[in-house]
Design a protein around this ligand. Sequence first.
Ligand SMILES: Cc1ncc(COP(=O)(O)O)c(C=O)c1O
Length: 411
Amino acid sequence: MRYWKKLTHEEISARIFSALGKNVDYKKNAVLGVPASHLDDNVFFTDPSQLSQAPFLSSLVKNPNHIGCHTLGDSEPFFKGTHDIEREVINLCAEDILNGEAEGFDGYIASGGTEANIQAIWMYRNLFVHQDEISSKDIVLLFSEDAHYSMFKAANLLNLTVGVIKVDEKSRALDVEDLKSKVDEFTTNGHSHFIVVANMMTTMFGSVDDIHAYTSTLKSKGVTYRVHIDGAYGGFVYPVVSKNADLTFSNPEVSSVTLDAHKMVQAPYGTGIFICRKDLIHHVMTNEAQYVQGMDLTLSGSRSGANAISVWMILQTYGPYGWHEKIHLLNYRTDWLEKELDALGVQYHRTDSSNIVTMRSEDIPDDLAHKYGLVPDSHNNNPKWYKIVIMDHVTLDSMQPFITELAERKK
Ligand SMILES: Cc1ncc(COP(=O)(O)O)c(C=O)c1O
C-alpha cells in the first residue's frame, strides 16, 4: 500500500491542520479578488479554540474551494494544501484499492455517483467525437437493465443512443445472447462506437457484470469501445471481498471507475469519486474556464474541499486491514440474514459476498416492508423485490424483530 495507512487521530489531525495551514487564510492574507471566503461567523460556530480538535469541522469553516482537477496541470494556488489531500485520495483509490499503477490516473471528488458516471460518459463521447468526427447519436451507451438510472440521464444530456441489456431474472447475470443480438443490430444499423458501463455491484441486487461478455462481443465486431465501471455502490466493498479483479485497473480494458464514499464509507454527501487513466480527461477540458487557474476538467464548478478531507480521514482512520474487518463484519451479518431467510423459505437474491439481500415481494407482506424501511425495486408499480442493505447501523439486533415478525406471519 503506497498511500493507505492506518493513522492515529493525532496523526490525522496534524496532517489536516498542516494542509489547511498551506491554504490561504482569509483573515490573515490579502485575498481581494476571489468570490469566496470562510463560513460566515455571524451564523456558524467558528471559535478556533473550540475547533482545534476537530479537523473536519475546521475544514468546513475554512471552506476551501476545490474547483478544477488537481491530478493534472496547475490548480488554484489559494488552496494548495488541501488540493494535495484530494490528489492523495484519488491515488489511494486508484492504486491501493483498484490495483492501478503508480502515477497513472486523473480524477476528482464529484458530487456523487451520478456525476462521476456522467463525467466518464461525457469524456468518452468527446474522445470519439474528437478522434473520429462522428456525431453523438452514432455512439451507443451500453449497460444492463440493473444499472443505475444515471445512465439514462447521461444519454439524455449527451444525446447518445441507448442499449439496455437484459439480465437473468434469478442470477441477475448479463443475458449474453441479448447482448450479442443488440450489438449485432446496432452495428448492422451503422453504429461503430460504444461506451460500456459495467457494474461493480448494482443498486438493487449487488450484482457484478461479466466485463468479458461486453469486451469479447464488441471485439468480435471490430468496433471502437471504452469501458467505465460503476462502482458507486461496490467500489469500497467488492475489491475487498472478491478475488475477481476484472473490474479494477489491473484489467487494461477498464479505463475509468466511479466510486462513492457517501455510501459504504459513510462520508458526508458530496463525495462521489471519478478516476480515469491518464491521457483521457483532457477530452472534457473547458477552454473557456479562463478565470480558473489551471484547467477545469470536471463537470462541477466550485466544490468543497471538506469532502475530499472527509474521505481521506475515514480511509486513514481504518487503514486497509481495519477496512477489511469492517466489510467482513457486514458480510457476516449478511450471512446471518441469509440463513434466517432460508429457514423461513423466503426467496431472495444475494450476489456472492455482497451485503445486499433482495427478497421476492410475494414473500414479504407490504406492511412489514414499510415498517422496517425495506426499499422496493419500484415505488410506482407493484414491487417485485424488496431489499435490505447491511450498513453499519443494520445489526443482527436491528434485523431480528423483522425476522421474528416475518416468521409469525408465515405460521
Ligand atoms: C450503482 C450506483 N451507481 C450510481 C449511483 C448514483 O449515486 P449518487 O446518488 O451518489 O449520485 C448509485 C446510487 O445509489 C448506485 O447505487
